[in-house]
Design a protein around this ligand. Structure first.
Ligand code: DAH
Length: 370
């Protein structure tokens, strides 16, 4: 670099010396060209923008050395000014070029080091597992729902879906729930309009299925339902799995067989199932289904409140009135239906005392189900 500058300066210097400028002007110019060698060298080695900028000010700034040299033109005889000015300008150009060259180099190296700093090596192995980078896992409610659905699909049931924002017609009317039934009370459901609500049970999917599918069919519908309740065993949002079988000659003993099979697969082979008479407007007869307590095996404990039994679901034989309203011939077909609470099933299976633990998303609880 220094050699290059030296050659340039040398060429200028002989041009100056061979010119017809007065000796005093010549020696002033030569002196400046000689002094420039050092300045240009410093510029070529400037390490940071700040340093380079200071050098710019020092040489070509408003009161920089070359700018002042330009001002001294006025002392040169008028006819010699153009040539003198040309030599000064050439010197100025030398500085300007050196500065912008160095600037470009500094910018490029800064860009390179920023790229190195910010680049991401996708081939690196991830850091060792830490508390914040544990692999994800399915939520216990999702696991339980999947387990339940799998047992029923294994028995030939098809999965169907229905809307969570539902017409009262499907949530109540077609299920034979009369206008004055307490379940329709505005305080017991989340109404959106008098005819639309957040469904309070998945049973509405029964009515939707009967309207659209021709029997025979076996369906299950897992989904969220909403009721304004909240305590250790109730949540404003919870999940149910609705089941419906419609065919010729379906009876209560088919329901019993299917639910016993489900209970043994989902809980354990020695789980006992008990039917208690109950009432639901959409089934007749209706039953409440209890299981022998998963924690004490029926002896009586804290979970089953000493009774040895845990209530799991509601079920029954489809009320012919529902068939008639939904367009299925009740003189030909019969059926059974059931509704399982998914949170309830999870609480029983894992001995969880408070439903709210399932919704808190506390990893200390959730990771126990991985
Ligand atoms: N829908 C009822 C509830 O939320 C549960 C239920 C009972 C569903 C009996 C059924 C049934 O399909 O037949 O409490």
């Amino acid at each position: 670099m220094k050699d290059q500058i030296g050659k340039l300066i040398e060429a200028r210097r002989s041009a100056i010396e061979n010119s017809d400028l007065p000796e005093s002007v010549k020696s002033m110019l030569v002196r400046h060209y000689e002094l420039s060698v050092e300045g240009l060298k410093i510029i070529a080695e400037a390490g940071i923008f700040k340093e380079l900028n200071d050098l710019r000010v020092k040489y070509v700034g408003k009161s920089g050395e070359i700018t002042s040299l330009m001002k001294s033109l006025k002392d040169v005889p008028a006819d010699k000014r153009p040539l003198t000015g040309k030599f000064i300008n050439e010197l100025k150009t030398l500085f300007e070029n050196a500065i912008s060259e160095r600037e470009a180099l500094l910018a490029a190296s800064e860009r390179r080091s920023r790229e190195e700093r910010e680049s991401l090596d996708v081939t690196l192995s991830p850091p060792a597992t830490t508390a914040s980078s544990r692999p994800g896992a399915l939520h216990p409610l999702t696991l339980v729902k999947n387990d339940i659905v799998k047992i029923f699909t294994g028995m030939g049931f098809t999965i169907v879906d229905g809307p969570e924002v539902e017409y009262t017609k499907y949530n109540f009317g077609l299920l034979n729930i009369p206008e004055d039934h307490p379940a329709r009370d505005p305080a017991d459901s989340f109404y959106i309009t008098p005819d639309i609500l957040l469904r309070s049970q998945t049973s509405c999917v029964q009515a939707r299925t009967m309207e659209t599918m021709a029997p025979p069919f076996r369906i299950v519908c897992p989904g969220k339902v909403y009721r304004p309740d909240e305590d250790a065993t109730h949540s404003p949002m919870f999940q149910q799995i609705e089941g419906l079988v419609v065919d010729k000659h379906v009876t209560l003993s088919d329901l019993k067989a299917v639910l016993e099979e489900f209970a043994r697969k989902f809980f354990s082979a020695d789980t006992k199932v008990r039917f208690r008479p109950s009432f639901f407007p959409f089934t007749e007869p209706s039953v409440e289904v209890d299981l022998s307590c998963a924690m004490c095996g029926g002896k009586g404990c804290r979970l089953c409140k000493g009774t040895g039994w845990l209530e799991l679901l509601g079920a029954g034989v489809v009320n012919p009135a529902v068939f008639d309203m939904c367009g299925i011939d009740s003189s030909v077909y019969s059926g059974f239906a059931f509704g399982i609470g998914i949170e309830r099933a999870a609480m029983i299976k894992y001995g969880i005392p408070d439903m709210r633990l399932l919704f808190d998303n506390d990893v200390r609880i959730l990771e126990q189900f991985r």
